[in-house]
Design a protein around this ligand. Structure first.
Ligand code: SF4
Ligand code: F3S
Ligand code: FES
Length: 232
């Protein structure tokens, strides 16, 4: 089939503002959108710039705004999008070039919630064990690939970019509800400040956008409930 692909282009060294450019690409209906971007880059315009690595929905590097919704270009097929496709960078983040956005602040917020296991300072005689039920408690939030599709689709983040955002809360949730972790109160303290969980207005854009199907809004509500229940 033939696809008309519109891409929002921006080169800070040449352009005063972003502009749309249009390309025509022949492809199979089952092709992932990432293949079309490669066709444009390799056969029509080598200056087109975008991130990608695994091409299998694992690395999280090719999230972009596709037909108005945040998606991974490698996971969405042309037959799910139609013959007219528009592609733009993730909203709410500074554009470096074309579809590449600045992720520095996003990762700084991720690091701010201490996304690692904190031990209790006591060396165990053997590995720290956990029941399948306790492991299941936070299984959903282990699936995050840090693609930023959630945070960059959140109107609360667009309105106030100091909001820590759903991706950081998801990654805090993964440790807060892990029975082997000793740092959850400190994480909840961090997330209880003015730019933490209370900025969420349960708009659900994040949950709609997540390519891993994580129930992000539920995770945020569980973290806010834990803050209240523990009196933090
Ligand atoms: Fe991406 Fe989902 Fe992780 Fe958000 S929670 S960064 S949308 S994988
Ligand atoms: Fe934003 Fe998701 Fe909350 S879209 S307002 S973080 S439910
Ligand atoms: Fe890795 Fe798409 S290229 S998730």
């Amino acid at each position: 089939m033939q696809v008309r692909l519109r891409i929002l282009r921006y080169d800070p060294e040449r352009d005063s503002k972003p502009h749309w450019e249009q390309y025509t690409v022949e492809c199979e209906p089952t092709a992932p959108l990432l293949d079309l971007l490669h066709t444009v880059k390799w056969q029509q315009d080598g200056s087109l710039t975008f991130r990608r690595s695994c091409a299998h929905g694992v690395c999280g590097s090719d999230a972009m705004l596709i037909n108005g919704r945040n998606r991974l270009a490698c996971k969405i097929r042309v037959d799910q999008l139609g013959s007219r496709i528009s592609v733009a960078p993730l909203p709410g983040l500074k554009v470096i070039k074309d579809l590449v956005v600045d992720m520095d602040e996003f990762f700084a917020k991720y690091r701010s919630v201490q996304p690692f296991q904190v031990d209790d300072g006591v060396m165990p005689a053997r590995e720290r064990r956990q029941s399948p039920e306790d492991r299941a408690r936070y299984d959903d939030t282990t699936k995050c690939i840090l693609c930023a599709a959630c945070t960059s689709s959140c109107p609360s983040f667009w309105a106030q970019d100091t909001y820590v955002g759903p991706a950081a809360i998801v990654n805090a949730h993964r440790f807060i509800f892990d029975t082997r972790d000793a740092g959850s109160d400190e994480r909840l303290e961090i997330l209880s400040d003015a730019d933490g969980v209370w900025r969420c207005r349960t708009i659900f854009n994040c949950t709609d956008a997540c390519p891993r199907g994580i129930n992000i809004t539920r995770a945020i509500l569980e973290v806010s409930s834990a803050i209240v229940e523990r009196g933090i």
